[in-house]
Ligand binder design. Structure first.
Ligand code: BES
Ligand code: ZN
Ligand code: ZN
Length: 493
Protein backbone atom coordinates (compact mmCIF):
# COMPACT_ATOMS: atom_id res chain seq x y z
CA UNK A 1 0.00 0.00 0.00
CA UNK A 2 1.22 3.46 -0.85
CA UNK A 3 0.89 5.76 2.09
CA UNK A 4 -2.53 7.30 2.37
CA UNK A 5 -2.81 10.99 3.13
CA UNK A 6 -5.81 11.83 5.28
CA UNK A 7 -7.36 15.27 5.69
CA UNK A 8 -10.30 17.00 7.28
CA UNK A 9 -11.99 19.91 5.54
CA UNK A 10 -14.89 22.02 6.81
CA UNK A 11 -15.91 22.78 3.19
CA UNK A 12 -16.43 20.50 0.18
CA UNK A 13 -13.28 20.08 -1.92
CA UNK A 14 -12.60 18.47 -5.29
CA UNK A 15 -11.40 14.87 -5.60
CA UNK A 16 -11.58 12.01 -8.12
CA UNK A 17 -14.91 11.10 -6.57
CA UNK A 18 -17.17 12.48 -3.83
CA UNK A 19 -19.16 10.05 -1.72
CA UNK A 20 -22.59 10.91 -0.35
CA UNK A 21 -24.85 9.10 2.10
CA UNK A 22 -28.13 7.36 1.39
CA UNK A 23 -30.25 6.28 4.32
CA UNK A 24 -32.98 3.68 4.40
CA UNK A 25 -36.05 4.03 6.56
CA UNK A 26 -39.10 1.75 6.15
CA UNK A 27 -37.52 0.30 3.01
CA UNK A 28 -37.38 3.74 1.38
CA UNK A 29 -34.01 5.15 0.39
CA UNK A 30 -33.31 8.87 0.68
CA UNK A 31 -30.32 11.20 0.50
CA UNK A 32 -28.90 12.33 3.84
CA UNK A 33 -26.80 15.28 5.02
CA UNK A 34 -25.26 17.39 2.29
CA UNK A 35 -26.70 15.06 -0.37
CA UNK A 36 -30.22 16.13 0.58
CA UNK A 37 -31.39 18.87 -1.81
CA UNK A 38 -27.94 18.96 -3.41
CA UNK A 39 -28.38 20.39 -6.97
CA UNK A 40 -25.71 17.96 -8.20
CA UNK A 41 -27.98 15.03 -7.31
CA UNK A 42 -31.36 16.54 -8.20
CA UNK A 43 -31.96 14.26 -11.20
CA UNK A 44 -30.89 11.10 -9.39
CA UNK A 45 -33.82 8.76 -8.73
CA UNK A 46 -32.76 6.27 -6.05
CA UNK A 47 -35.79 4.09 -6.60
CA UNK A 48 -35.12 3.80 -10.33
CA UNK A 49 -31.48 3.00 -9.51
CA UNK A 50 -32.70 0.28 -7.16
CA UNK A 51 -30.21 1.51 -4.54
CA UNK A 52 -31.44 0.35 -1.14
CA UNK A 53 -29.37 2.55 1.17
CA UNK A 54 -28.83 -0.41 3.49
CA UNK A 55 -25.66 -0.20 5.56
CA UNK A 56 -22.43 -0.71 3.58
CA UNK A 57 -24.17 -0.89 0.13
CA UNK A 58 -22.24 1.14 -2.45
CA UNK A 59 -22.64 2.31 -6.03
CA UNK A 60 -21.21 4.97 -8.32
CA UNK A 61 -23.01 7.28 -10.72
CA UNK A 62 -21.73 9.04 -13.77
CA UNK A 63 -23.40 12.47 -13.83
CA UNK A 64 -23.13 15.12 -16.54
CA UNK A 65 -20.26 16.98 -14.90
CA UNK A 66 -18.73 14.47 -12.49
CA UNK A 67 -18.83 10.99 -10.96
CA UNK A 68 -20.23 10.53 -7.47
CA UNK A 69 -20.25 7.57 -5.13
CA UNK A 70 -23.13 6.57 -2.88
CA UNK A 71 -22.80 4.73 0.43
CA UNK A 72 -25.74 3.19 2.23
CA UNK A 73 -25.84 4.01 5.93
CA UNK A 74 -29.14 2.32 6.84
CA UNK A 75 -30.79 4.21 9.67
CA UNK A 76 -27.80 6.54 9.89
CA UNK A 77 -24.39 6.43 11.61
CA UNK A 78 -24.81 6.73 15.37
CA UNK A 79 -21.66 5.05 16.77
CA UNK A 80 -17.94 5.09 16.04
CA UNK A 81 -18.01 1.36 15.38
CA UNK A 82 -20.68 1.82 12.69
CA UNK A 83 -18.64 4.65 11.18
CA UNK A 84 -15.58 2.33 11.01
CA UNK A 85 -17.58 -0.34 9.19
CA UNK A 86 -19.00 2.24 6.76
CA UNK A 87 -15.44 3.51 6.25
CA UNK A 88 -14.38 -0.06 5.44
CA UNK A 89 -17.12 -0.37 2.80
CA UNK A 90 -16.12 2.99 1.25
CA UNK A 91 -12.43 2.13 1.32
CA UNK A 92 -13.07 -1.19 -0.42
CA UNK A 93 -15.51 0.07 -3.06
CA UNK A 94 -13.51 3.13 -4.10
CA UNK A 95 -9.90 1.97 -3.72
CA UNK A 96 -9.33 2.34 -7.46
CA UNK A 97 -9.84 6.13 -7.17
CA UNK A 98 -6.83 8.37 -6.64
CA UNK A 99 -8.50 10.72 -4.18
CA UNK A 100 -11.85 10.41 -2.47
CA UNK A 101 -13.87 13.06 -0.70
CA UNK A 102 -16.37 11.75 1.84
CA UNK A 103 -19.30 14.03 2.58
CA UNK A 104 -21.58 12.23 5.07
CA UNK A 105 -23.48 13.28 8.17
CA UNK A 106 -21.21 12.40 11.13
CA UNK A 107 -22.08 13.50 14.65
CA UNK A 108 -18.73 13.54 16.48
CA UNK A 109 -14.95 13.63 16.07
CA UNK A 110 -14.90 9.97 17.21
CA UNK A 111 -17.07 9.03 14.23
CA UNK A 112 -14.83 10.96 11.84
CA UNK A 113 -11.75 9.19 13.26
CA UNK A 114 -13.42 5.77 13.03
CA UNK A 115 -14.54 6.41 9.44
CA UNK A 116 -10.95 7.29 8.49
CA UNK A 117 -9.71 4.18 10.28
CA UNK A 118 -12.10 2.00 8.30
CA UNK A 119 -11.03 3.52 4.98
CA UNK A 120 -7.32 3.14 5.89
CA UNK A 121 -7.52 -0.40 7.26
CA UNK A 122 -8.97 -1.97 4.09
CA UNK A 123 -6.38 -0.63 1.63
CA UNK A 124 -4.14 -3.63 2.41
CA UNK A 125 -3.42 -6.22 -0.26
CA UNK A 126 -0.94 -9.09 -0.09
CA UNK A 127 0.64 -9.26 -3.53
CA UNK A 128 4.20 -10.32 -2.69
CA UNK A 129 3.91 -13.60 -4.58
CA UNK A 130 1.79 -12.38 -7.53
CA UNK A 131 4.08 -12.26 -10.54
CA UNK A 132 1.81 -9.88 -12.48
CA UNK A 133 1.92 -6.59 -10.62
CA UNK A 134 -1.26 -4.55 -10.85
CA UNK A 135 -1.12 -1.42 -12.98
CA UNK A 136 -4.29 -0.10 -11.36
CA UNK A 137 -4.44 3.28 -9.63
CA UNK A 138 -4.23 3.26 -5.84
CA UNK A 139 -5.97 5.46 -3.37
CA UNK A 140 -3.53 8.11 -2.17
CA UNK A 141 -5.73 10.71 -0.52
CA UNK A 142 -8.93 10.85 1.54
CA UNK A 143 -10.67 14.01 2.68
CA UNK A 144 -13.61 13.97 5.07
CA UNK A 145 -15.86 17.01 4.82
CA UNK A 146 -16.94 17.80 8.36
CA UNK A 147 -17.02 20.62 10.88
CA UNK A 148 -15.82 18.28 13.66
CA UNK A 149 -12.19 18.81 14.60
CA UNK A 150 -9.64 15.99 14.66
CA UNK A 151 -6.30 16.63 16.39
CA UNK A 152 -3.04 15.95 14.53
CA UNK A 153 -2.16 13.32 17.17
CA UNK A 154 -5.34 11.45 16.24
CA UNK A 155 -4.44 11.49 12.55
CA UNK A 156 -0.99 10.14 13.46
CA UNK A 157 -2.61 7.40 15.54
CA UNK A 158 -4.73 6.28 12.57
CA UNK A 159 -1.58 6.08 10.45
CA UNK A 160 0.33 4.10 13.10
CA UNK A 161 -2.60 1.68 13.49
CA UNK A 162 -2.95 1.16 9.73
CA UNK A 163 0.79 0.53 9.35
CA UNK A 164 0.79 -1.84 12.33
CA UNK A 165 -2.14 -3.83 10.94
CA UNK A 166 -0.42 -4.10 7.58
CA UNK A 167 2.89 -5.22 9.15
CA UNK A 168 1.03 -7.86 11.18
CA UNK A 169 -0.90 -9.07 8.13
CA UNK A 170 2.29 -9.30 6.05
CA UNK A 171 3.86 -11.57 8.67
CA UNK A 172 0.75 -13.74 9.08
CA UNK A 173 0.16 -14.10 5.32
CA UNK A 174 3.79 -15.04 4.65
CA UNK A 175 4.19 -18.69 3.63
CA UNK A 176 6.25 -20.82 6.01
CA UNK A 177 8.97 -21.57 3.46
CA UNK A 178 9.77 -17.87 3.69
CA UNK A 179 8.99 -17.30 7.35
CA UNK A 180 10.70 -19.57 9.88
CA UNK A 181 11.41 -18.92 13.56
CA UNK A 182 14.75 -17.08 13.27
CA UNK A 183 13.38 -14.92 10.46
CA UNK A 184 10.22 -13.95 12.31
CA UNK A 185 12.34 -12.91 15.30
CA UNK A 186 14.74 -11.02 13.04
CA UNK A 187 12.03 -9.11 11.11
CA UNK A 188 10.31 -7.87 14.27
CA UNK A 189 13.67 -7.01 15.89
CA UNK A 190 14.64 -4.97 12.86
CA UNK A 191 11.43 -2.93 13.21
CA UNK A 192 12.11 -2.20 16.87
CA UNK A 193 14.45 0.77 16.54
CA UNK A 194 12.13 3.00 18.55
CA UNK A 195 12.96 5.11 21.67
CA UNK A 196 12.72 3.13 24.96
CA UNK A 197 12.44 -0.22 23.15
CA UNK A 198 14.88 -3.12 23.67
CA UNK A 199 14.77 -6.56 22.11
CA UNK A 200 16.44 -9.83 22.98
CA UNK A 201 16.41 -12.92 20.79
CA UNK A 202 16.99 -16.20 22.60
CA UNK A 203 18.32 -18.98 20.38
CA UNK A 204 18.35 -22.70 21.28
CA UNK A 205 21.43 -22.35 23.46
CA UNK A 206 19.93 -19.50 25.46
CA UNK A 207 16.54 -21.25 25.61
CA UNK A 208 18.25 -24.29 27.15
CA UNK A 209 20.10 -22.10 29.64
CA UNK A 210 16.82 -20.43 30.62
CA UNK A 211 15.05 -23.79 30.92
CA UNK A 212 12.48 -22.88 28.24
CA UNK A 213 11.88 -26.56 27.67
CA UNK A 214 8.40 -26.09 26.20
CA UNK A 215 9.56 -24.02 23.23
CA UNK A 216 12.53 -26.39 22.78
CA UNK A 217 10.30 -29.49 22.85
CA UNK A 218 7.93 -28.12 20.21
CA UNK A 219 10.80 -26.87 18.03
CA UNK A 220 12.87 -30.05 18.28
CA UNK A 221 11.38 -31.67 15.16
CA UNK A 222 12.39 -28.88 12.82
CA UNK A 223 15.76 -28.15 11.22
CA UNK A 224 14.85 -24.49 11.67
CA UNK A 225 15.35 -23.98 15.41
CA UNK A 226 12.97 -22.20 17.79
CA UNK A 227 13.38 -18.70 19.25
CA UNK A 228 12.00 -16.55 22.01
CA UNK A 229 11.77 -12.84 21.27
CA UNK A 230 11.51 -10.54 24.26
CA UNK A 231 10.52 -6.95 23.56
CA UNK A 232 10.61 -4.38 26.36
CA UNK A 233 9.15 -0.90 26.02
CA UNK A 234 9.92 1.02 29.20
CA UNK A 235 9.05 4.72 29.08
CA UNK A 236 10.10 6.83 32.09
CA UNK A 237 6.47 7.89 32.74
CA UNK A 238 4.97 4.37 32.85
CA UNK A 239 1.78 4.20 34.92
CA UNK A 240 1.37 0.42 34.71
CA UNK A 241 3.11 -2.72 33.46
CA UNK A 242 1.45 -4.88 30.82
CA UNK A 243 2.96 -8.25 29.86
CA UNK A 244 2.02 -9.84 26.55
CA UNK A 245 2.61 -13.43 25.40
CA UNK A 246 2.07 -14.58 21.81
CA UNK A 247 1.97 -17.99 20.10
CA UNK A 248 4.43 -18.04 17.22
CA UNK A 249 4.22 -21.41 15.47
CA UNK A 250 5.50 -20.51 12.00
CA UNK A 251 3.96 -23.75 10.75
CA UNK A 252 1.89 -26.29 12.65
CA UNK A 253 1.96 -29.72 11.01
CA UNK A 254 0.75 -31.23 14.27
CA UNK A 255 4.16 -32.88 14.72
CA UNK A 256 4.15 -36.66 15.22
CA UNK A 257 0.38 -36.37 15.88
CA UNK A 258 0.24 -35.21 12.25
CA UNK A 259 -2.72 -33.18 11.04
CA UNK A 260 -4.80 -34.51 8.12
CA UNK A 261 -4.46 -32.89 4.66
CA UNK A 262 -7.47 -30.61 5.20
CA UNK A 263 -6.69 -29.55 8.76
CA UNK A 264 -3.09 -28.65 7.96
CA UNK A 265 -4.01 -26.01 5.37
CA UNK A 266 -3.64 -22.49 6.66
CA UNK A 267 -1.31 -23.50 9.50
CA UNK A 268 1.21 -20.86 8.37
CA UNK A 269 -0.91 -18.41 10.33
CA UNK A 270 -0.35 -20.24 13.62
CA UNK A 271 2.17 -17.50 14.44
CA UNK A 272 -0.49 -14.76 14.41
CA UNK A 273 -0.43 -14.37 18.20
CA UNK A 274 3.29 -13.59 18.18
CA UNK A 275 2.97 -11.19 15.24
CA UNK A 276 0.05 -9.48 16.99
CA UNK A 277 1.69 -8.93 20.37
CA UNK A 278 5.02 -7.98 18.75
CA UNK A 279 3.55 -5.41 16.36
CA UNK A 280 1.11 -4.07 18.98
CA UNK A 281 4.03 -3.50 21.38
CA UNK A 282 5.90 -1.55 18.70
CA UNK A 283 2.76 0.52 18.00
CA UNK A 284 2.36 1.30 21.71
CA UNK A 285 6.00 2.47 21.72
CA UNK A 286 5.58 4.54 18.54
CA UNK A 287 2.59 6.26 20.14
CA UNK A 288 4.69 6.88 23.27
CA UNK A 289 1.96 5.58 25.59
CA UNK A 290 2.81 5.83 29.33
CA UNK A 291 2.70 2.07 29.97
CA UNK A 292 5.57 -0.38 30.33
CA UNK A 293 5.09 -3.37 28.03
CA UNK A 294 7.07 -6.60 28.07
CA UNK A 295 6.21 -8.97 25.24
CA UNK A 296 7.29 -12.60 24.96
CA UNK A 297 6.97 -14.14 21.50
CA UNK A 298 7.20 -17.94 21.71
CA UNK A 299 8.36 -19.05 18.28
CA UNK A 300 8.87 -22.56 16.85
CA UNK A 301 8.05 -24.70 13.83
CA UNK A 302 6.05 -27.82 14.74
CA UNK A 303 7.38 -30.59 12.47
CA UNK A 304 7.46 -34.40 12.63
CA UNK A 305 10.94 -35.93 12.34
CA UNK A 306 13.38 -38.27 14.06
CA UNK A 307 14.22 -35.56 16.56
CA UNK A 308 10.61 -34.48 17.21
CA UNK A 309 8.87 -34.76 20.57
CA UNK A 310 6.88 -38.00 20.84
CA UNK A 311 3.46 -38.58 22.35
CA UNK A 312 4.00 -39.65 26.01
CA UNK A 313 7.22 -37.61 26.32
CA UNK A 314 7.38 -35.53 29.50
CA UNK A 315 8.49 -31.87 29.54
CA UNK A 316 9.78 -30.26 32.74
CA UNK A 317 9.11 -26.53 32.70
CA UNK A 318 11.20 -23.65 34.07
CA UNK A 319 8.92 -23.39 37.11
CA UNK A 320 9.27 -27.11 37.91
CA UNK A 321 5.88 -28.23 36.56
CA UNK A 322 5.85 -31.41 34.48
CA UNK A 323 3.59 -32.10 31.49
CA UNK A 324 3.05 -35.34 29.62
CA UNK A 325 2.64 -34.59 25.90
CA UNK A 326 -0.29 -36.76 24.83
CA UNK A 327 -0.85 -34.94 21.54
CA UNK A 328 1.99 -33.09 19.80
CA UNK A 329 -0.64 -31.06 17.92
CA UNK A 330 -1.61 -29.33 21.17
CA UNK A 331 1.74 -27.53 20.91
CA UNK A 332 0.52 -23.97 21.33
CA UNK A 333 -0.12 -24.36 25.05
CA UNK A 334 3.38 -25.88 25.46
CA UNK A 335 5.23 -22.91 23.96
CA UNK A 336 2.85 -20.44 25.65
CA UNK A 337 3.56 -22.00 29.05
CA UNK A 338 7.21 -20.84 28.81
CA UNK A 339 6.10 -17.32 27.91
CA UNK A 340 3.53 -17.19 30.72
CA UNK A 341 6.12 -18.36 33.29
CA UNK A 342 8.59 -15.68 32.13
CA UNK A 343 5.87 -12.99 32.14
CA UNK A 344 4.74 -14.03 35.63
CA UNK A 345 8.26 -13.64 37.02
CA UNK A 346 8.08 -9.90 36.29
CA UNK A 347 4.90 -9.52 38.42
CA UNK A 348 3.19 -7.21 35.92
CA UNK A 349 -0.17 -5.52 36.57
CA UNK A 350 -1.77 -7.62 33.82
CA UNK A 351 -0.77 -10.52 31.56
CA UNK A 352 -2.56 -10.90 28.24
CA UNK A 353 -1.85 -13.81 25.94
CA UNK A 354 -2.89 -14.10 22.32
CA UNK A 355 -2.91 -17.40 20.44
CA UNK A 356 -4.44 -19.32 17.55
CA UNK A 357 -4.84 -22.01 20.16
CA UNK A 358 -7.73 -24.35 19.32
CA UNK A 359 -9.89 -25.46 16.41
CA UNK A 360 -12.59 -25.62 19.07
CA UNK A 361 -12.68 -21.79 19.02
CA UNK A 362 -14.16 -21.94 15.53
CA UNK A 363 -16.67 -24.63 16.50
CA UNK A 364 -17.87 -22.51 19.42
CA UNK A 365 -17.63 -18.98 18.03
CA UNK A 366 -17.52 -19.09 14.23
CA UNK A 367 -15.34 -16.96 12.05
CA UNK A 368 -15.37 -13.50 13.62
CA UNK A 369 -15.29 -13.74 17.41
CA UNK A 370 -12.23 -14.14 19.60
CA UNK A 371 -12.68 -16.26 22.74
CA UNK A 372 -11.83 -14.32 25.90
CA UNK A 373 -11.02 -16.15 29.15
CA UNK A 374 -9.35 -15.22 32.43
CA UNK A 375 -10.14 -13.82 35.87
CA UNK A 376 -13.24 -11.64 36.09
CA UNK A 377 -11.53 -8.28 36.45
CA UNK A 378 -9.06 -8.88 33.60
CA UNK A 379 -11.88 -10.13 31.39
CA UNK A 380 -13.81 -6.89 32.05
CA UNK A 381 -10.69 -4.85 31.24
CA UNK A 382 -10.26 -6.64 27.92
CA UNK A 383 -13.95 -6.44 27.06
CA UNK A 384 -13.86 -2.70 27.50
CA UNK A 385 -10.72 -2.34 25.34
CA UNK A 386 -12.18 -4.56 22.60
CA UNK A 387 -15.50 -2.75 22.53
CA UNK A 388 -13.78 0.65 22.28
CA UNK A 389 -11.60 -0.71 19.48
CA UNK A 390 -14.66 -2.22 17.77
CA UNK A 391 -13.32 -5.79 17.83
CA UNK A 392 -15.46 -8.83 18.60
CA UNK A 393 -14.58 -10.82 21.73
CA UNK A 394 -16.79 -13.20 23.69
CA UNK A 395 -16.32 -14.15 27.32
CA UNK A 396 -16.00 -17.92 27.75
CA UNK A 397 -15.86 -19.74 31.11
CA UNK A 398 -13.00 -21.72 32.66
CA UNK A 399 -15.04 -24.53 34.27
CA UNK A 400 -12.97 -26.07 37.08
CA UNK A 401 -14.36 -29.58 36.54
CA UNK A 402 -12.91 -29.77 33.02
CA UNK A 403 -9.40 -29.47 34.42
CA UNK A 404 -9.68 -33.05 35.68
CA UNK A 405 -9.56 -34.17 32.04
CA UNK A 406 -5.87 -33.20 32.04
CA UNK A 407 -4.78 -35.48 34.91
CA UNK A 408 -1.77 -37.59 33.97
CA UNK A 409 -0.67 -40.85 35.60
CA UNK A 410 3.00 -39.99 35.48
CA UNK A 411 3.31 -36.16 35.35
CA UNK A 412 1.61 -33.14 36.96
CA UNK A 413 -0.76 -32.93 34.00
CA UNK A 414 -1.05 -33.78 30.32
CA UNK A 415 -1.48 -31.39 27.42
CA UNK A 416 -4.70 -32.80 26.00
CA UNK A 417 -7.28 -35.46 26.68
CA UNK A 418 -7.10 -37.50 23.49
CA UNK A 419 -10.52 -38.72 22.45
CA UNK A 420 -12.45 -36.24 24.60
CA UNK A 421 -12.94 -32.93 22.81
CA UNK A 422 -15.32 -31.48 25.46
CA UNK A 423 -14.89 -27.72 25.71
CA UNK A 424 -11.61 -27.80 23.80
CA UNK A 425 -11.11 -24.02 23.95
CA UNK A 426 -11.85 -23.94 27.68
CA UNK A 427 -9.56 -26.87 28.51
CA UNK A 428 -6.73 -25.09 26.69
CA UNK A 429 -7.48 -21.97 28.75
CA UNK A 430 -7.40 -24.01 31.97
CA UNK A 431 -4.04 -25.48 30.93
CA UNK A 432 -2.56 -22.00 30.38
CA UNK A 433 -3.88 -20.76 33.72
CA UNK A 434 -1.65 -23.28 35.50
CA UNK A 435 1.38 -21.26 34.39
CA UNK A 436 0.20 -17.90 35.73
CA UNK A 437 2.27 -17.08 38.80
CA UNK A 438 1.12 -15.59 42.09
CA UNK A 439 1.00 -11.88 42.92
CA UNK A 440 3.74 -12.15 45.56
CA UNK A 441 5.26 -14.54 48.09
CA UNK A 442 2.66 -13.30 50.60
CA UNK A 443 -0.33 -12.87 48.28
CA UNK A 444 -0.89 -16.29 46.74
CA UNK A 445 -3.68 -15.16 44.41
CA UNK A 446 -2.88 -15.47 40.71
CA UNK A 447 -1.66 -12.47 38.76
CA UNK A 448 -4.27 -10.71 36.62
CA UNK A 449 -4.53 -12.61 33.36
CA UNK A 450 -6.64 -12.67 30.21
CA UNK A 451 -6.36 -15.19 27.38
CA UNK A 452 -7.46 -14.49 23.80
CA UNK A 453 -8.02 -17.52 21.53
CA UNK A 454 -8.34 -16.07 18.02
CA UNK A 455 -7.81 -19.32 16.11
CA UNK A 456 -10.34 -18.21 13.50
CA UNK A 457 -10.61 -14.43 13.87
CA UNK A 458 -6.88 -14.11 13.03
CA UNK A 459 -7.58 -15.20 9.47
CA UNK A 460 -10.70 -14.41 7.47
CA UNK A 461 -11.19 -17.07 4.79
CA UNK A 462 -14.66 -15.74 3.90
CA UNK A 463 -15.64 -12.42 2.27
CA UNK A 464 -14.33 -9.13 3.69
CA UNK A 465 -16.75 -7.24 5.97
CA UNK A 466 -16.75 -3.87 7.73
CA UNK A 467 -13.11 -2.87 8.17
CA UNK A 468 -11.94 -6.53 8.10
CA UNK A 469 -9.96 -7.73 5.08
CA UNK A 470 -9.71 -11.23 3.63
CA UNK A 471 -6.81 -13.44 4.80
CA UNK A 472 -4.76 -12.28 7.79
CA UNK A 473 -6.93 -9.76 9.60
CA UNK A 474 -4.65 -8.09 12.15
CA UNK A 475 -7.38 -8.86 14.69
CA UNK A 476 -6.58 -7.93 18.34
CA UNK A 477 -3.78 -5.48 17.46
CA UNK A 478 -6.12 -2.54 18.06
CA UNK A 479 -7.59 -4.09 21.19
CA UNK A 480 -4.08 -4.35 22.69
CA UNK A 481 -3.20 -0.76 21.75
CA UNK A 482 -6.51 0.47 23.19
CA UNK A 483 -5.84 -1.58 26.34
CA UNK A 484 -2.47 0.18 26.77
CA UNK A 485 -4.19 3.54 26.24
CA UNK A 486 -6.73 2.70 28.93
CA UNK A 487 -4.06 1.42 31.35
CA UNK A 488 -2.06 4.60 30.75
CA UNK A 489 -4.88 6.86 31.86
CA UNK A 490 -5.54 5.03 35.15
CA UNK A 491 -3.45 5.88 38.21
CA UNK A 492 -1.17 3.00 39.28
CA UNK A 493 -2.53 1.16 42.30
N1 BES B 1 -2.97 -24.44 15.65
C1 BES B 1 -3.98 -25.31 16.12
C2 BES B 1 -5.31 -24.62 16.33
C3 BES B 1 -6.00 -24.10 15.11
C4 BES B 1 -6.89 -24.90 14.41
C5 BES B 1 -5.81 -22.81 14.69
C6 BES B 1 -7.55 -24.41 13.31
C7 BES B 1 -6.45 -22.32 13.58
C8 BES B 1 -7.34 -23.13 12.90
C9 BES B 1 -3.57 -25.96 17.45
O1 BES B 1 -2.22 -26.11 17.65
C10 BES B 1 -4.17 -27.33 17.48
O2 BES B 1 -3.89 -28.09 16.62
N2 BES B 1 -5.01 -27.57 18.46
C11 BES B 1 -5.65 -28.82 18.59
C12 BES B 1 -5.71 -29.14 20.06
C13 BES B 1 -6.17 -30.55 20.36
C14 BES B 1 -5.17 -31.54 19.83
C15 BES B 1 -6.34 -30.68 21.85
C16 BES B 1 -7.06 -28.70 18.00
O3 BES B 1 -7.68 -27.66 18.15
O4 BES B 1 -7.48 -29.65 17.36
ZN1 ZN C 1 -1.42 -27.88 16.76
ZN1 ZN D 1 -1.01 -24.69 16.64
Amino acid sequence: MTSLSIKISPKPVAGSITIFAVGSENETASFLGSAKGNPLLKDVNLKALNFSGSAEATTRLSLASTTVGLIGVGKGITTANQARDIGGAIGRAFKDQKSIVVNLPLSSSEEVIALLEGISFVQYEYSKYKSAKKAKAELTSVTVVTSHKVAAAQLKRIKVLAETLDATRDLVNAPANDLYPAKLAQIISSEAKIPNVKVEVWDEKRLAKEKCHGILAVGSGSVRGPRLLKITYAPANAKAHLALVGKGITFDTGGISLKPATGILGMKYDMAGAATVGEATLAIAKLGLPVKVTAFLCIAENMPSGSATRPNDVVTFRNGKTVEITNTDAEGRIVMADGLILASELKPDLIVDVATLTGAARVALGNRYTGLMGDDSSVETLKSAASTAGELVWHMPLPEELFELLQSDIADMMNSRVGNPSGGMLVAGLFLREFIGTKSAKDKTRLNWAHLDFATAANNDLAPYGSTVKGATGSMVRTLVTLAEQMGTKPKK
